[in-house]
Write a new protein. Structure first.
Length: 238
């Protein structure tokens, strides 16, 4: 069972410290890693992500001002920058996929690999393997039939056998090679697209933060509406 935190008020000199089970602090942070890692709800690896940490909190009243301090950690979650944008701009939904890293002090296992390209590639390998045996079996049956029943001249049988052999080679060697080349091209395109998306978000978040600082205001920043296909030159601010 979770620990119940009673409403406590403790006076220590000039400090009045107040604690309650409803008090909490939430903070966002940017993370960068040396290599891409998996996130729940994303089929690509990520090197630049957003972290949300929620802690219990205490209120310290001192010098006629309230000071907030983090206490025990409740949860840490990690998300891609796209998931972060969806989370803070989409209200009243069933939720946005995120990756849980910690619950309290317990670390979660790393997110399983859900790479869509690898998954489709493995499925294609299985299908091609199963399909690859069919032409060979069919060619063998055809040649047996032609030799026993049709009694074709040997040169005609050799020509047919050669064409059937080339057909089985297409299924056994050529198609798997084309598939591998396709997967390699898609993976390269995905990596490039991922870099472009992450760079876009970094630029947008950085630009919005600088604009707020230049205006000397601490009001929340309104992110641009990414559902609008027409790109906005400047984001709208509240």
């Amino acid at each position: 069972m979770e620990e119940h935190i009673e409403h406590k008020i403790e006076v220590k000199g000039e400090h009045t410290i107040e604690k309650h089970e409803s008090f909490g602090l939430a903070s966002f942070g940017r993370l960068s890693s040396s290599g891409p890692h998996n996130l729940f709800g994303s089929s690509i690896g990520h090197s630049h992500t957003i972290r949300l940490e929620i802690n219990r909190a205490s209120l310290n009243r001192h010098l006629n001002q309230d000071w907030y301090y983090p206490e025990d950690r409740l949860i840490i979650i990690e998300m891609s920058q796209t998931q972060f944008g969806d989370l803070i701009s989409s209200m009243n939904t069933s939720g946005v996929p995120v990756t849980i890293r910690y619950i309290g002090k317990k670390a979660m296992e790393n997110c399983p690999d859900k790479n869509a390209v690898k998954k489709v590639s493995a499925e294609m390998d299985k299908e091609l393997k199963d399909l690859g045996t069919l032409p060979l079996e069919t060619a063998t049956e055809i040649m047996d039939y032609l030799e026993k029943e049709v009694k074709l001249p040997k040169k005609h049988l050799s020509a047919i056998e050669d064409k059937l052999h080339r057909l089985t080679k297409v299924f056994g060697d050529t198609l798997p090679f084309i598939k591998d080349q396709f997967v390699r091209a898609v993976s390269t395109s995905v990596s490039y697209a991922k870099g472009e998306i992450e760079a876009f978000w970094l630029h947008k978040l950085h630009a919005l933060g600088l604009k707020k600082l230049s205006e000397g205001t601490s009001s929340p920043v309104q992110l641009p509406d990414l559902s609008n296909k027409e790109e906005q030159d400047e984001p709208k601010l509240p």
